[in-house]
Design a protein around this ligand. Structure first.
Ligand code: NAP
Ligand code: 8YV
Length: 320
């Protein structure tokens, strides 16, 4: 019996490649000397995609893959995939929720503390021998702060649970009020920004959230305000953030995600008081391994005729 052809457009973790090679005819497009010609050759046969990185998967690619049934994507965020278009064409999209929730929430808390208490700066201070000259300046505090979470989903809730232990007031904004959470709901992001002095964004990317954290939100957050982003860079108007930091409209920011990764604006790099991470929210060995395994398991389950394990809401299973 011939193996089901699966397209892998960009490199993925070795254990994912190995597992897929054992079960499918894996077409590793990125290894081909001419990936476009390679794709043209295999396209009529491809029935699944293992999507790593942030390779765009949308209508023009679907047009070329007439037998495509499933896109199994690495990562919980899938803003690089046109899932609505996939749904219209009867193509299932899966992502990797839950297995990374705690890891990303841990990182968000670490980034918040690092930003407020200047952890990267004080590390540099010791290494540069400056402690010998005088103690480091006093820092702002998390004590008494009000934290607003933009996107109280799986990760947002895990962040909120951790924050409960820090004794801070917690509120949230999303499109819908959630009945079963003990946190204050704000119908508008601007209203929440006015009421808090820490804004943590864990919202997904995509057209609906593009640039919603904007200059008005930073003005509302105010001069003691801290902005933490572990969601997507596209959610923020990045030039407005740079200006808010430059003009001290807000106090500081801790950012794990950016508008045009891995390119970080030089203005942010030049600011010693912001904390910048290279999109490492889920980047532990164990969590990335679990995410990769879920990519594999979704494909195995689908081609065993048992449906997807973790379909995205735009492509529900069974189809409605
Ligand atoms: P999730 O459970 O789907 O939660 C997303 C939340 O965002 C929901 O509570 C949703 O609430 C809210 N939301 C969606 N659209 C919104 C809008 N237009 N305005 C305001 N709120 C909106 O997803 P998750 O598992 O928590 O993951 C969240 C995101 O984190 C991912 O999409 C990804 O971008 C990011 N992420 C980053 C890393 C990293 O390494 N930094 C790692 C993993 C994930 P409503 O439906 O009520 O609006
Ligand atoms: C991944 C993420 O690093 O899951 C997500 O949405 O942002 C991260 O966990 C990324 O998707 C993989 O490139």
């Amino acid at each position: 019996m011939s193996l089901v052809p699966i397209l892998m457009p960009s490199p993925m973790m070795p254990h994912v490649v190995e597992a897929l090679e054992g079960a499918f005819a894996l077409e590793k497009a990125w290894l081909a000397p001419d990936p476009a010609a390679f794709l043209a050759g295999v396209a009529p046969r491809i029935r699944g995609i293992a999507a790593g990185g942030h390779v765009r998967v949308d209508g023009p690619l679907f047009d070329r893959l007439p037998r495509l049934e499933i896109v199994s994507s690495f990562g919980v965020g899938y803003d690089h995939i046109d899932a609505r278009e996939a749904g219209r064409r009867g193509i299932t999209v899966t992502n990797t929720p839950d297995v990374l929730t705690d890891e990303v929430a841990d990182l968000a808390i670490g980034l918040l503390l690092a930003t407020i208490r200047h952890l990267p700066q004080v590390d540099r201070y010791v290494r540069e021998g400056r402690w010998l000259e005088k103690p480091y300046q006093l820092t702002p505090t998390l004590r008494g702060r009000k934290v607003g979470i933009l996107g109280l989903g799986r990760i947002g809730k895990a962040v909120a649970r951790r924050l409960e232990g820090f004794g801070v007031a917690i509120s949230y904004h999303g499109r819908t009020r959630q009945a079963d959470v003990p946190y204050r709901y704000h119908e508008s992001l601007l209203g929440m920004a006015e009421a808090v002095d820490v804004l943590v964004s864990v919202a997904p990317g995509g057209a609906e959230t593009s640039g919603i954290v904007n200059a008005a939100v930073f003005r509302a957050l105010g001069p003691t305000g801290i902005f933490i982003n572990v969601g997507r860079g596209s959610v923020v108007d990045e030039p407005a953030l740079i200006e808010a930091l430059r003009s001290e409209t807000i106090l500081s920011a801790g950012l794990d995600v950016f508008a045009d990764e891995p390119r970080v604006p030089p203005e942010l790099i030049a600011m010693g008081h912001v904390v910048l991470l290279p999109h490492v929210g889920s980047a532990s060995v164990e969590t990335r391994r679990a995410m990769g395994q879920l990519v594999v398991d979704n494909l195995l389950s689908w081609f065993a005729g048992e449906g997807p394990l973790t379909p995205v809401p735009e492509t529900p299973w069974p189809a409605t």
